[in-house]
Design a protein. Sequence first.
Length: 593
Amino acid sequence: MQVFWKLGWFFKQHKNKYILGLITLLLIALIEIVPPQIIGKTIDQMTTNKLTPKVLAVYLVILVFVAIFTYILRYVWRLSIFGTSQKLGQILRTSLYKKYTNMSAIFFQNRRTGDLMAHATNDIRAVQNAAGAGILMIADALITGGTVVITMAATVSWQLTLIAMIPLPFMVLLTSYYGSLLSKGFKKAQAAFSRLNDKTQESVAGIKVTKTFGYETSDQKDFKNLSDDVVVKNLKVSKIDALFDPTITLVIGISYFLSIVFGAKLVFNHDITLGQLITFTTYLGMLVWPLLALGLFFNIVQRAKASYERIEEIGNTPNGIDTHFKIDASPVGNIEFHIKKFHFPGNKEDGIHDVHFEVKQGSTVGIVGRTGSGKSTLIRLLLREFDTAEANEIKYGGYPIRDYNVKNLRAQFGYVPQEHFLFSTTIRNNIAFSNEEIDDNSIFEASRASHIHDDILSFPNQYQTVVGERGVSLSGGQKQRISIARALLIGPEVLILDDSLSAVDAQTEEVILGNLEKLRKGKTNIITAHRMSAVKHADEIIVMEGGTVVESGTHTALMNQKGWYYETYRAQALQQQLTRNLDDLAKGDDAND
């Protein structure tokens, strides 16, 4: 019953609907006690030869009206209870989705997609059943069962009623025990389903890699093992579930046996009539469903309890970053980094340390370094995907970024991440993600700036081309350039390109950077890159190594220092020159042919 206390907020919101449903169930219970009475009277009148056609017609009319009213009332309670329970599913699903979208990167770093999907599907469905079928089961068990028992005692024999009820306490104890076992088993079954969900999502997303390495057989084997685990755990739940009906049927059978034995004795002693005994056994038959409903109720409630605990665990998970703020305005000005030490949660090794530099408003800053040097970590800290140890280690406009409303802070940035993500919709919708109502000319302008406009026009459906899940139908360079167009469209105060030109060739990179220089004049740009050519025109270049800044300055200054930047730039320039020479040689051979 604990889950009903936790759902009290919902029942209060929709109490009128549930009250109507319960009143309707009570009326049905009262109406349904009429037919057994008529059957008993009919039999008694038949045995005494007092049944006339007129009386029989009256009985039949009453039965017809009972059937019609029962039909109408059943429709009303279904609409009131089951219909309202659908709203609970909607509320929980919306609340859970909102929770997901408001959580920080730390949350998703520790959770798998399949598990989150299982919470939003199976778990919510189980809780919804408690507010629908669960309410019906307990209402039928108490209202219908109680009405029938009271009628049996009042109209036939209270002694016989007590005798028939003797086995019921044993049934309550057994079903309660089954329920506790079911809760534990169902929680394990849901966890196994989450793991299967994870595997399915991961396998579908990585199907290209699986096929490339010929890993299909092993992948299928892994999937089968997880699927078998789900079956095993659900079979354990089903075995416990299967105990409810036989237990209840056995109890009802014992009640029937006791009723017939002791009822026959009462008939012989003329304490009750034969018609009353038949009425009593008919009522006893009517108790089958309320008792079954009681067993089903324990089943549903225990499943809902296990699922609601899983949902609550998500709901009680902290965001991971402090969302309190002092300034509700949007930040403007210089960006300062003064980070003493930072490491990712769960990782004791420093991610970055002793990082000190400033990004002046309206300037372009390049951040370069080897893979793992900390370039992307700086960007993630600036976007507040994670928080530094001290609040004032990163400032924007002279104030710590934590002082700002996180939504206002992020609204200042146009971010193109390394792992670009395109939605399974049209190219136009992907570019216009921030504002689907924006005019086409603005979209075209952003596409030209990212050097993707001509590519899009070459597609059969042009901007209405559906790119498929994660942009599967496009090349890496095309996906990057569409992502850049998406960021440019919002005209951000700060544009961040986090190694976002790695999949385009040097010539395309040069065109895009030239366009950005014209389009973004007077606005702040931060570019992280592995290719030095992507940042050589920056106002300042930050070189990172081992999580800290080892060099900084303009391209000319860094070349004069003859450090890491100098060596890397020369090596990459030589490589590009060799590539051009090979291309020219290949073109010459083609011309001679």
